[in-house]
Design a protein around this ligand. Structure first.
Ligand SMILES: [Fe+2]
Ligand SMILES: [Fe+2]
Length: 141
């Protein structure tokens, strides 16, 4: 990504991806109105919320490319205390989700809990990776 042409290509790819997420958000919003079933609505809404999250991530990636991002000592302290306070909660959430999955036999709760378990595992990994990237953030100060 050091060459300008690669960077341009990368930026276009992110832009295209944001448009895809926008399409999913829009299509989900339309579809939700077609059902009065609260479970059907929720299942569609979950995909919509994930797309909103993906869009937010992609916009953050864009922001990190566009501006000369630096992290102050205060910023690093906020990130550090977030990791410190939150890491144990995510680990606990993974264990709780694993127990809940094991206890479920009905298909819908099981399906949703399995999705949640994956999310909690991702949150746990996110905290670990964030801790590692803190070194990179500190190098900028
Ligand atoms: Fe997505
Ligand atoms: Fe979580």
């Amino acid at each position: 990504m050091t060459l300008p042409e690669n960077r341009k290509h990368f930026e276009e790819l992110i832009k295209k991806w944001i448009i895809l997420e926008d399409s999913t958000i829009e299509a989900s919003s339309d579809l939700i109105g077609n059902s009065t079933n609260p479970i059907v609505k929720a299942i569609i809404d979950l995909v919509k919320m994930d797309s909103q999250k993906h869009k937010r991530i992609l916009e953050t990636i864009r922001l990190s490319l566009d501006t000369a991002v630096t992290f102050s000592t205060d910023d690093l302290q906020v990130v550090g205390s977030f990791i410190e306070k939150h890491a144990a909660m995510e680990k606990n959430a993974v264990e709780t989700a694993e127990q809940a999955v094991q206890m479920s036999s009905l298909p819908i709760p099981k399906f949703l809990l399995e999705q949640l378990l994956q999310d909690e595992k991702n949150h746990d990994a996110y905290m670990h990776e964030l801790n590692e990237i803190k070194g990179y953030m500190a190098a900028d100060t």
